[in-house]
Design a protein around this ligand. Structure first.
Ligand code: WTA
Length: 696
């Protein structure tokens, strides 16, 4: 399956010699180890597990599973019988066994240049223990779910790890999501507690997080699910404003005296007035005053739930992807180490938000498991100017840098000059994630950002996979621009045709996986049936990714994009059904159909067709209302780029909307293929006539 020989020509390596110190220094080594990982997973993963702390050892098989729905329930179990604690492994064990206490865990870089601080492993441990005690004092117990809706601050990592220390399950909701989305997620995972902050700035824009959190909690209450407590971190407000909140000044810290003070934005920015409900709201800093910084970890079974993270589902309702303790820990640690070829003197920077899986696996868990030093960035690549990323790379001497194609395409528009203002000499490996990267963007990243020195790791994976599944290894894999290359250890991909037959050699079809790896999701929280239907029903015996892919003559995999009703906007998955249902909730809309239209920076943009209710006329006010409606229901990332008034939609005789035809209309492509099943073909011409030409 892995080719014997990889091409020597028309491939890229990066001119730096990484082989000397690399974990995997040649394609042959990758191949040997890959075969071992597939043939004897127990031995392969068992060897890796030795580097971690286990309170009790596992008994029996390393991985036990069933992927075939026709043979019974789908399940994956890893290291049954073992017990551990991930927070203990990431912090206590690294401090004790590897003497990393004084190493920097995070360089925090705020939205405003100059607003920064650093936290060592020891300081982080103390903060986590203190906050774990706060959670306990609020009655949070092993297995309870805690919802987290916070900006990119060190306390977000503290909150995650504090949950894991006491065996609670975090459910982080990206701080760009709306109050309604937050409410939906809180209710689905039945969280008893919400952690949030007063607000934060994204560039010039103030996001009043506490207001949104309050709105979400009110909605939860109205729907019969009152959340007991909400703990608010003061990220923006200064001491002077605190009296109004009934919130005391931050305590004098025992362990890291100035973390809190420094983290407040010192610039003269307007600070939001924060509403305060004494029955529900609690002040983070006040609670810390009474909290001890010692907290015994809760030892949990291997398959104990670690976290829930929601991802868009093609039926519209988001799915709570559940990951469990041991498998996820081993997998994120190993992928981080190998894919970025992590070395002890590295400074690593992943620009993702922790609210997405990339941030969970490759800001918090993978890097901390390796004792790495990372940059944690609150801001935007374009604020205060389009050189910000490279300024940060030079400031911290970043060696391994991980970002999304959408960011690369955005910066590419400004040319090479803003990049070349900074030296970037420290860079060794560049990574991308989230969507297919077009070869033009890949080459710009390689030539301009990396100056032909750095290999690019194009990592394909999903919220569901927990970590990288198709990816190059920087010192081993010859690179082709736009290809995620080969499977990671333990991962067995296949390409299927429509009838579910495995294709050999060069081909194109459905990307599936034949067996589990330790980090794969275990279930959809509260809905195991949905887990089976979504991922295992179409092709029994396989995990179906929902992505299409091509395998070329050299055996390289190329992701061609989603083949279900999902869109990828700026690296964020959205379901068409979710946007459609937000639109039809407006009284003026009778029916809606949403498709993706290619976009030069975002990958895809949202093109929405709406059929209005009887008697309603279409105008700009309605259009603005509809956009607002979607933004408020889902979040700013889902704001439609185009809305077209569609008096009729192309439907089959059985009433199914032909999205394929709508996609062509959105792109103004007249070659519609076979449309003989259309009930009324005149609607198509009408839609072509009224196309939206530019985004408003
Ligand atoms: C897409 C993000 C091509 C893909 C980690 C997948 C990619 C979805 C790549 C998962 C890549 C992610 N090349 N496509 N390197 N990485 N995707 O759950 O469609 O937010 O199914 O996880 O993003 O998105 P998710």
């Amino acid at each position: 399956m892995i080719p014997d020989k990889v091409p020597k020509e028309d491939v890229f390596h990066g001119s730096l010699d990484l082989k000397k110190e690399a974990h995997i220094s040649s394609f042959e080594k990758y191949k040997d180890l890959y075969l071992k990982s597939i043939e004897s997973p127990d031995e392969f993963w068992g060897g890796i597990a030795k580097d971690f702390f286990w309170k009790t050892k596992h008994t029996g098989q390393f991985l036990d599973y069933n992927f075939d729905v026709t043979k019974g329930e789908v399940f994956v179990k890893c290291m049954e019988g073992a017990s551990t604690n991930i927070c203990y492994n990431l912090l206590d064990y690294n401090i004790r066994e590897r003497n990393l206490g004084n190493n920097v865990a995070f360089y925090w870089e705020g939205n405003e240049p100059g607003d920064d601080l650093s936290v060592t492993y020891r300081e982080l441990l103390h903060r986590v223990c203190q906050f774990a005690n706060v959670l306990k004092s609020q009655g949070v117990k092993k297995g309870d779910r805690v919802s987290i809706y916070m900006p990119m601050v060190v306390e977000l990592v503290v909150a995650m790890l504090a949950c894991t220390r006491i065996g609670a399950v975090h459910s982080i909701v990206f701080a760009g999501f709306s109050a309604e989305s937050l409410c939906e997620r809180i209710m689905d995972s039945k969280c008893s507690l919400l952690l949030t902050a007063d607000g934060f700035y994204r560039g010039d824009k103030l996001i009043q997080l506490k207001l949104l959190a309050d709105e979400a909690l009110q909605k939860c209450k109205d729907m019969g699910f009152p959340v007991k407590k909400c703990i608010m971190l003061k990220h923006l407000s200064k001491e002077a404003e605190d009296a109004a909140l009934g919130c005391q000044s931050p305590p004098a810290k025992r362990s890291c005296p100035d973390l809190q003070e420094k983290q407040w934005v010192k610039k003269s920015r307007p600070v939001p007035q924060v509403p305060w409900n004494p029955e529900v709201d609690l002040c983070w800093h006040t609670l810390l005053c009474d909290a001890s910084d010692e907290c015994e970890p809760e030892w949990c079974e291997s398959e104990h739930p670690l976290f829930i993270l929601y991802t868009s589902g093609s039926t519209g309702k988001p799915k709570g992807v559940l990951h469990t303790l041991s498998g996820y820990m081993l997998y994120t640690a190993t992928t981080f180490k190998m894919v970025f070829d992590y070395q002890p003197d590295d400074v690593y920077w992943c620009t993702a938000d922790i609210g997405w899986i990339t941030g969970h696996s490759y800001i918090t868990y993978g890097p901390l498991a390796n004792g790495a030093t990372s940059v944690l960035f609150e801001g935007l690549p374009t604020y205060p100017d389009v050189s910000r990323m490279w300024e940060i790379v030079d400031k911290y001497h970043v060696t391994k840098f991980y970002t999304a194609p959408t960011a690369i395409r955005l910066l590419m528009k400004y040319g090479s000059e803003p990049v070349q203002k900074y030296k970037r000499e420290s860079l060794k490996v560049l990574g991308t994630v989230g969507e297919p990267i077009n070869p033009e963007a890949w080459l710009w990243y390689y030539n301009v950002v990396g100056e032909k020195k750095c290999p690019i790791v194009d990592t394909f994976w999903q919220t569901e996979t927990g970590g990288h599944v198709l990816t190059p290894l920087p010192a081993a894999t010859p690179l082709k621009p736009g290809s995620a290359t080969f499977p990671f250890f333990g991962v067995v991909p296949a390409v299927l045709n429509e009838s579910g037959e495995e294709l050999e050699g060069p081909c194109e079809g459905y990307l599936v996986f034949k067996q589990p790896w330790p980090g794969v999701m275990r279930t959809v929280y509260g809905n195991h049936q949905r887990f089976e239907t979504t991922y295992f029903k179409k092709f029994p015996g396989y995990y179906v990714t929902g992505d299409g892919c091509r395998r070329d003559k050299d055996g390289y995999y190329w992701i061609t994009g989603r083949i279900d009703d999902m869109l990828n906007v700026s690296g964020h998955l959205l379901s068409t059904a979710e946007v459609e249902s937000a639109l039809v909730e407006h009284e003026a809309v009778a029916e809606a159909a949403v498709v993706g239209r290619p976009h030069p920076v975002k990958g895809e943009s949202l093109y929405c067709f709406v059929t209005l209710a009887e008697g309603v006329t279409y105008n700009h006010t309605l259009e603005a209302q509809l956009k607002k409606q979607v933004r408020e229901k889902i979040g700013a990332i889902a704001t439609p780029d185009y809305i077209q008034n569609a008096p009729g939609l192309p439907k089959t005789r059985s009433g199914k909307i032909m999205r394929r035809v709508l996609r062509k209309i959105a792109c103004n492509e007249r070659d519609l293929g076979d449309i003989s099943t259309l009930a009324d073909s005149s609607v198509v011409e009408q839609l072509f006539q009224n196309r939206c030409c530019s985004a408003v």
